[in-house]
Design a binder for this molecule. Structure first.
Ligand SMILES: Nc1ncnc2c1ncn2[C@@H]1O[C@H](COP(=O)(O)OP(=O)(O)OP(=O)(O)O)[C@@H](O)[C@H]1O
Ligand SMILES: [Mg+2]
Length: 413
C-alpha cells in the first residue's frame, strides 16, 4: 500500500475519518471515509477520555475497512472555546555595516517570525499556528515572500492561534490510547480553508463559518491569510433542543425530524410537506407541517448568524471583505441556510462550502460536513510538500527555548 494521510475530526455530535492516498506530489485521492456518533465530547472539547477513545477507535476502524488500509497515524483539528487568536508584529535586522546589501534568507524570515511570537502567553496555553500574513522590507509592505530581496530591515505581520494545553494533551492522549500516532493538530477552520475556499476568495477577503453541533467556528481571511479566528458556543444542538421542547418530543426524535424535514428560512420552502410528530408515552402521533417546524428553527438559526455577524463587525474591517461567506459543517446542510445567511449578513455573497473534488469516493465526501476531514488531508499534504521534514508532535513543554522556537517554526502554516 502506498502512502496515505488520515484526517480525524472529533466533533460534538459525530466523529469522522477520511483516508487519502497520495498518488503523486500533486494528487491525493480519497479512498476511505467513516462517520460514527461521537461520545465524550461537549461543545467541541473532550470531556470524557474513555468514551472519546472508544468512539475514535470505532470510527478509524470503520474507515480502515472502508478503504482496505491499515491506519498507523493521523492528523486532527480542534476549535471551539479552546482556541484564542491575536495578531502580532515581528522584526529582524538584515544588513549591517559588515554585510551591506545582503539578500534576505530563510533564517531572517525565521528571526522575524520568532520576534513576533516573543509576547508572553499564559502557561496553560500553547502556540497552534503562527501564520505570516505579509512582510515589509525597508518600509515597503504587502510582500508575500521576501526571500532574495535586498533590505536592511525585515518586518512581518502574523496571525497567531493558541490553544489550551490541556485540550491538546487530551486529544493526543485519546488518539494514542486508541492505538494511533497523532502527527499534528490543526485549527479546524484553517484546515477547512484548504478543502472549500478558492484562492481568489481568500485574496479578496472571505469568511468560513463552520456550523457544528456544539459550536459555530469562524475564520476571517483577508489579503490571502487569516486575520481573525473566533468561536461561538452555540450550534445545531440548540436548534434540536428547541424542537424537542416546543413539540414535547425526545431529543433523538427532534434531531430526526430536523434532519429529514427541517428548513431555516420560510421563503425557501417551495412545497410544504406534512411532518409526523411521534407520540410520547402512548400518546398518538400528531401531524404538523414544514412551515410550522421552520417557525421553530428559523429564530435560533437567525440568532446564531446574528452572533457571528456582530462578532465579525466588532473584530474585523468589513471593507476588506469582498469575497464570500462560506458555510461548512453539518448545519450547512439544512434547507434554506444560504438564503437565511444572505438575509442576516445583508449580502448575496454566501455559498455552501463543499469539499472540492479530489477523486476517489466523491459522492460520499462532497458534503459540507466533511470539510474538516478533507481539509485536514489537504493541509497536511501541503505542509509535507513545503517542509523538509518533521511535523510530528513537539515536546514544547520541555522548556528548551531553542527547541521550542524550532518546533514552533515547523508548525507554520
Ligand atoms: N441535513 C441536515 N439538515 C439540518 N441539520 C443538519 C443536517 N445534517 C447535520 N445537521 C446538523 O448539523 C449539526 C452537526 O454538525 P457537525 O457534524 O458538523 O457537528 P460536529 O462536528 O459533530 O460538532 P462541533 O463541530 O460543534 O464539535 C447537528 O446539529 C445536526 O443536527
Ligand atoms: Mg465540527
Amino acid at each position: 500500500m502506498t502512502d496515505a494521510i488520515v484526517g480525524l475530526d472529533i466533533g460534538t455530535s459525530s466523529i469522522r475519518v477520511a483516508i487519502g492516498e497520495i498518488i503523486d506530489e500533486n494528487t491525493i485521492e480519497i479512498m476511505g471515509l467513516a462517520k460514527r456518533p461521537s461520545s465524550g465530547v461537549r461543545n467541541g472539547s473532550i470531556v470524557n477520555i474513555e468514551a472519546a477513545i472508544a468512539a475514535i477507535k470505532e470510527t478509524i476502524e470503520a474507515a480502515e475497512q472502508n478503504a482496505g488500509y491499515e491506519v498507523f497515524s493521523c492528523v486532527t483539528a480542534i476549535g471551539g472555546s479552546q482556541i484564542e487568536s491575536y495578531n502580532s508584529h515581528g522584526l529582524a535586522a538584515v544588513s549591517n555595516k559588515n554585510q551591506p546589501n545582503r539578500e534576505i534568507n530563510q533564517a531572517d524570515k525565521d528571526r522575524a517570525l520568532e520576534s513576533a511570537t516573543a509576547t508572553l502567553i499564559p502557561l496553560d496555553r500553547e502556540f497552534l499556528h503562527v501564520i505570516p500574513r505579509d512582510y515589509t522590507v525597508d518600509g515597503t509592505s504587502g510582500i508575500k515572500d521576501p526571500i532574495h530581496m535586498i533590505g536592511v530591515r525585515l518586518e512581518t505581520d502574523v496571525h497567531i492561534v493558541t490553544a489550551s494545553k490541556t485540550a491538546i494533551q487530551n486529544v493526543f492522549s485519546c488518539v494514542s490510547r486508541a492505538g494511533y500516532e497523532l502527527d499534528k493538530v490543526w485549527l479546524k477552520t484553517l484546515a477547512q480553508v484548504q478543502a472549500v475556499a478558492h484562492e481568489d476568495e481568500i485574496d479578496m477577503g472571505s469568511i468560513i463559518v463552520d456550523l457544528g453541533a456544539g459550536t459555530t467556528d469562524v475564520l476571517v481571511l483577508v489579503d490571502g491569510a487569516p486575520v481573525c479566528s473566533l468561536s461561538i458556543p452555540v450550534g445545531g444542538n440548540l436548534v434540536t433542543n428547541d424542537i424537542s421542547i416546543v413539540l414535547g418530543i425526545p431529543i433523538s426524535a427532534a434531531e430526526k425530524i430536523k434532519i429529514e424535514s427541517g428548513c431555516c428560512y420560510l421563503p425557501s420552502l417551495e412545497t410544504i410537506r406534512e411532518v409526523v410528530i411521534p407520540g410520547v408515552g402512548g400518546r398518538p402521533p400528531e401531524m404538523s407541517s414544514q412551515d410550522e417546524l421552520c417557525q421553530i428553527i428559523q429564530p435560533r438559526m437567525e440568532e446564531i448568524f446574528s452572533l457571528v455577524r456582530s462578532e465579525i463587525v466588532h473584530k474585523t474591517d468589513l471593507q476588506r471583505l469582498s469575497g464570500n461567506i462560506i458555510l461548512t459543517g453539518g448545519g450547512a446542510q439544512m434547507q434554506g441556510v444560504v438564503e437565511l445567511a444572505q438575509n442576516v449578513f445583508g449580502t448575496t455573497a454566501v455559498r455552501l462550502g463543499i469539499p472540492e473534488s479530489l477523486g476517489g469516493i466523491e459522492e460520499e465526501y462532497r458534503r459540507p460536513e466533511f470539510a474538516t476531514v478533507i481539509g485536514l488531508i489537504q493541509s497536511q499534504k501541503k505542509q509535507v510538500k513545503t517542509l523538509e521534514k518533521g511535523f510530528r508532535k513537539s515536546s514544547s513543554s520541555s522548556g528548551n527555548k531553542t527547541n521550542f522556537i524550532k518546533n514552533l517554526l515547523k508548525k507554520l502554516f
